[in-house]
Each structure stands twice: as C-alpha cells, then as structure tokens.
Design a binder for this molecule. Structure first.
Ligand code: SAH
Length: 317
C-alpha cells in the first residue's frame, strides 16, 4: 500500500478497503478460533438450520416453484450445508450457486459442497429459476466511501506511515453495497424468490465513522497491517431497503437477529439438540445465548429480507 500511494498519490478509503480485503480474503480462511473472527454459522448449526427452515417455509408458501440456493460470500460453506439439510428435509434439493471471489475460500466450500457452482458476481447467476438467497456478513466486507466536509476521505503516506488525510464529521456511503442489492433486487423481481441479508449495522442512516479492523478476535487499528486484518463497516439497512424498493422488490425488516431467531424457533431447536446430546447441553445453550442476547450478537446484527413482490414475506420478519 505504501508503494502504491507513493506511486499514485493518496488513495480513497474506498479503494484502500477494496484492495486490503481483496488480498486478505484471497490469501486465507479467516474464520474460527484459529483465525480472526467467528460468524454466526460457525457458532452453531442452529443458525444455518433456521435460515434453511425460513427459506423452505417461504418456498412452500410461494407454491414450491423450481428454485436455486444462492449464497453470497459463503465463507467455509457451513451455513449453506446446514441450510441445505433443512431444505432437503422440507422436500427441496436445489442447485447450489455460490458468489465467492476468494480462491482459498472456494476450496474450503468445495470440500463441503462438492456439487456447487461458483460465480464472481451476482450478475453471473443463472436466470432460469427462482432464487433463495442468503448473505451473512457479506455486505459489511464490501468497500465504503467516506466523506469529510464535502471531500472524499483519503489515505496518505506520511513519514510515520499510513494516515487518514483529514478527520471531522464523517459520512459513509457504499456504491458497492448499493450495486449488489440493486442487482439482487432486479433478479428477484424477474425470477421470483427471496433474499435474507444478515449483517451488523444500523436501522437508520446516520453520520459517523464505522470503519473497523479485527485481527485474532481483537479490534485493531484500521491502517495497520493492510491486507492482514479484516476491515468492515456498519451496514446502512435503511439505505439498502430503499435501493431494493427502487429496483421493484418488496422489503421486510430490518429486524434484530435475536428476536428473529426466537420467532423462527431457536429455543425449540436448542432443546431438541440438547435432548439428543445431553453432554453438550451447556455448550448449545451458550451458543444460543451468543446468537440471541442483546449484549452479544442479538441486537447489533439485523436481518433484512428483500423479495419478489408476488412472493410471501419470510417468517420471523
Ligand atoms: N458468510 C460467511 C463468511 C463471511 S466473511 C460466514 O458467515 O461465515 C465474508 C465472505 O465474503 C468471505 O467468503 C469472502 O471471501 C467473501 N467476499 C468478500 N468480498 C467479496 C466480493 N467482493 N465478492 C464475493 N465474495 C466476497
């Protein structure tokens, strides 16, 4: 990054985040205890199973059309494999299409999902069937643009290293997230289907710098170790709901993850799993609490559904 800025001059926050995350995801599996961060599907199988159950339910209420399972940024493939188990038990064995740019993670996904097909972009997805789409912690990794006092915020090179050019009241937008949701919305309108977008973020659009870096499960300084730590920012759900509506899609939510999982039946599922494996009861309850409690992931994480106008609203929203 120093060489590039030395050569090309100051780099926008957006270009910096895109370059760092592109390298970061391409070169490792960042998930789990030995990695940098842990996501909901890696905490418990209950998460992916309830996503699968919600998709199965909405698919059945839509009249059981031909449908593909689609996941954006599927990580290790854990969510997909848990969700597909729930879909199969509801009578749907869909083709699996994964939008993933990282060669390292594609390889991990192939081990769990040998029949999947991979795509670089939402625009490359097949056009023949309805789409049952999931994206968990995908949008937060797409680059944000920051503005301070009307000017785009940039990263500069100083004698002490990388620095932000200016501070002040920061506003964030994300053309990359808008483009992803617009493309998805248009597909859902044309092909039918629904998308569950799950991420950390805020319900209302508000100014503020939400860029953060995480390394080995700790917050890190954003400009340290470019490409060696995960950089994300809060997802602006209100904005994305508006983008989806403008693309012609219907929208439900956002709702908080905890109440959403509870309405989908996580208590019952936790009890079933604990009854089947009593030695693991405490571990299952700890995972449920971590996913649902407002002081853990239950409140910061939100779920937004976007769907074809003639499809029913997914359960829990
Ligand atoms: N959904 C998974 C992984 C979240 S990490 C989970 O919940 O565990 C973010 C994922 O998005 C990774 O799979 C990463 O490789 C992928 N990703 C990041 N930027 C991307 C882009 N521009 N296009 C496609 N996939 C991307």
């Amino acid at each position: 990054m120093r060489e590039r800025i030395g050569r090309e001059g100051p780099l926008s926050v957006e270009a910096f985040m895109e370059a760092c995350n592109g390298y970061y995801y391409a070169t490792r599996d960042p998930l789990g205890a030995a990695g940098d961060f842990t996501t909901a599907p890696e905490i418990s199988q209950m998460f992916g199973e309830l996503v699968g159950a919600a998709l199965a339910d909405v698919w059945a209420r839509a009249g059981r059309p031909a449908a593909s399972y689609v996941e954006l940024g599927p990580g290790r493939g854990t969510l997909a494999s848990d969700a597909l188990r729930a879909l199969r038990s509801a009578g749907l064995q869909p083709p699996v299409h994964l939008v993933e740019t990282s060669p390292a993670l594609r390889q991990a996904q192939a081990a769990l999902l040998p029949d999947a097909r991979w795509h670089d972009d939402i625009g490359d997805l097949p056009t023949d069937r309805a789409l049952l789409v999931v994206a968990n912690e995908f949008l937060d990794a797409l680059p944000v643009r920051q503005h301070v006092g009307g000017a785009e915020r940039r990263v500069v090179l100083t004698p002490a290293g990388l620095a932000f050019e200016r501070d002040g009241e920061i506003t964030e937008t994300s053309p990359a997230r808008d483009a992803a949701v617009q493309a998805l919305g248009r597909r859902l309108v044309h092909q039918g289907g629904t998308a569950l977008l799950i991420d950390y973020g805020h319900e209302r659009t508000a100014p503020g710098d939400t860029l953060q870096a995480v390394k080995s499960h700790r917050f890190a300084t954003v400009l340290d170790q470019p490409g060696e730590q995960d950089i994300t920012s809060h997802v602006d759900f209100r904005r994305l709901a508006e983008v989806a509506r403008r693309a012609g899609a219907a929208v439900a939510g956002p709702v908080e993850q905890g109440p959403w999982l509870e309405r989908l039946g996580i208590m019952v599922r936790a009890r079933m799993l604990a009854n089947a494996a009593p030695a693991r009861a405490a571990e299952i309850e700890a995972a449920r609490a971590r996913l649902c409690r407002p002081d853990q992931m239950g409140s910061l994480f939100k779920v937004l559904a976007i769907h074809a106008p003639d499809w029913p609203t997914p359960a829990g929203l």
